[in-house]
Design a protein around this ligand. Structure first.
Ligand SMILES: NC(=O)N[C@@H](CC(=O)O)C(=O)O
Ligand SMILES: [Zn+2]
Ligand SMILES: [Zn+2]
Length: 428
């Protein structure tokens, strides 16, 4: 497929705004130059749009195998395409867990058969994510694992985490951590704070996350491994990561759009669409996350797209599963509430969703350059529209952002040189 994008105003990987035509051949950006006259199977006029590298989301739950009622690799990657994401990394809390070469082979095949964007599969750190024995890191890397994580649960034993980091270092892979100390969860369903007090609910305290990060940065220092913190949510965690970076420890961190945009004060009542792990924290935590992102303590943004069925979410605040969807709302929400309010520049936001995650994991994606993978999204920064979960291509409609008015909607997404989503057109 030969594709030509004309009049592309885009942000180059050095952060500069440029204007050019973009020729795409065999999945690759083959030429970047003004006024290209090549004949192509499809020519797209990008006048009035912003052209961005396809977004990179290193934290999504695609639920397959085992959770197909919530999402599949097919539906999750269609949602990704609609949200402008062309690379997503899939979490291993599936049934079965990708903890052996055979399971990883199955996942890789399924991705090849059904994914509309690039999927990088995580393997688990421990067998069945039970925290008892390490998986075979070398074999899983060989089978295609992107990195190792037990996301969904924290690794409870310090000894197990140290061994994991030492092994990861040996095979030159990262340990990606969901940080949660089980003895401090206190059967909580929301943050331990004002909301939990008001509603008489058990709360998950901030230290439940931060004590494990504190332990882990020391283990990362001892092992020399690349240690990445998932969905960071508290001010103490931000401080710990900041101090660790200053000490030269190889630690990176991600934050979700919902933790940047919402605090416990925004929970309207006992609505499980506001229930996720980690929970929405205090206003001061939210502020610290924005500061941490701006000063480089937090490296990038990841959605933690966590679809659940409407039935499951209807079980109420105490019983419903943790998690909200994020792929189809991330950019418009962040653009509208941070860029248009002059808190983050457009260039920064794009970097947090493209080059920064790519660079942390040495991935060659997220940049518009000759020779790079043709992963591109056209964004309409002007049209204003309400978030409507009925329009989601994800099976999950569980969002706290329904009805929010946003600008910055993707209109066309190209992944590896193929148009995988286009506004107003149904793509298979
Ligand atoms: N974030 C969530 O609230 N839920 C995730 C698990 C996780 O990311 O820890 C899920 O798998 O549903
Ligand atoms: Zn998690
Ligand atoms: Zn997750």
């Amino acid at each position: 497929m030969k594709l030509l994008i004309q009049n592309a105003k885009y942000i180059a990987s050095n952060g500069e705004m440029k204007q050019s035509d973009i020729l795409i051949e065999n999945g690759i950006i083959s030429k970047l130059a003004p006024s290209l006259t090549e004949s192509a199977e499809r020519t797209v006029d990008a006048q009035g749009m912003l052209v961005s590298p396809g977004f990179v989301d290193l934290h999504v739950h695609l639920r397959e195998p085992g959770g197909e009622k919530k999402e599949t690799i097919a539906t999750g990657t269609m949602a990704a395409a609609r949200g402008g994401f062309t690379t997503v990394a899939a979490m291993p809390n599936t049934r079965p867990v990708p903890d052996t070469k055979e399971q990883m082979d199955w996942v890789m095949d399924r991705i090849k058969e059904t994914a509309s964007v690039r999927v990088l599969p995580y393997a688990s750190i421990t067998t069945r994510q039970l925290g008892q024995e390490l998986t075979d890191f070398a074999a899983l890397k060989e089978a295609g694992a992107f990195a190792f994580t037990d996301d969904g649960v924290g690794v409870q034993s310090a000894d197990m985490m140290l061994q994991a980091m030492q092994k990861a270092k040996e095979v030159n892979m990262a340990i990606v951590a969901h940080c949660e100390e089980n003895t401090l969860i206190h059967k909580g369903c929301v943050h331990e704070g004002t909301f939990s007090m008001q509603h008489g609910l058990n709360g998950i305290p901030s230290i439940c996350e931060s004590v494990q990060i504190s332990r882990d940065v020391l283990l990362a220092e001892a092992s020399g491994c690349h240690y990445h913190v998932c969905h960071i949510s508290t001010k103490e965690s931000v401080r710990t990561v900041r101090d660790a970076k200053r000490a030269g420890i190889k630690v990176t961190a991600e934050v979700t759009p919902h933790h940047l945009l919402l605090s416990e004060n925004d929970i309207p009542g006992l609505d499980a669409n506001f229930k996720m792990n980690p929970p929405l924290r205090g206003e001061d935590d939210k502020k610290a996350l924005i500061e941490g992102l701006l000063d480089g303590t937090i490296d990038f943004i990841a959605t933690d797209h966590a679809p659940h069925t409407a039935e499951e979410k209807a079980e109420g605040m105490q019983l419903a599963p943790f998690g909200i969807v994020g792929l189809e709302t991330a950019f418009p929400l962040l653009y509208t509430h941070f860029v248009l309010k002059n808190i983050i520049t457009l260039e920064q936001l794009i970097a947090y969703m493209t080059t920064k995650p790519a660079d942390c994991f040495e991935l060659p994606f997220g940049r518009i350059e000759e020779g790079a993978a043709a992963d591109i999204v056209l964004l309409d920064l002007n049209e204003e529209k309400e978030i409507n979960p009925d329009e989601f291509l994800s099976k999950g409609k569980n969002t706290p952002f329904a009805g929010w008015k946003c600008k910055g909607w993707p209109v066309l997404t190209i992944a590896s040189g193929q148009i995988v989503w286009e506004k107003g057109r149904v793509t298979a």
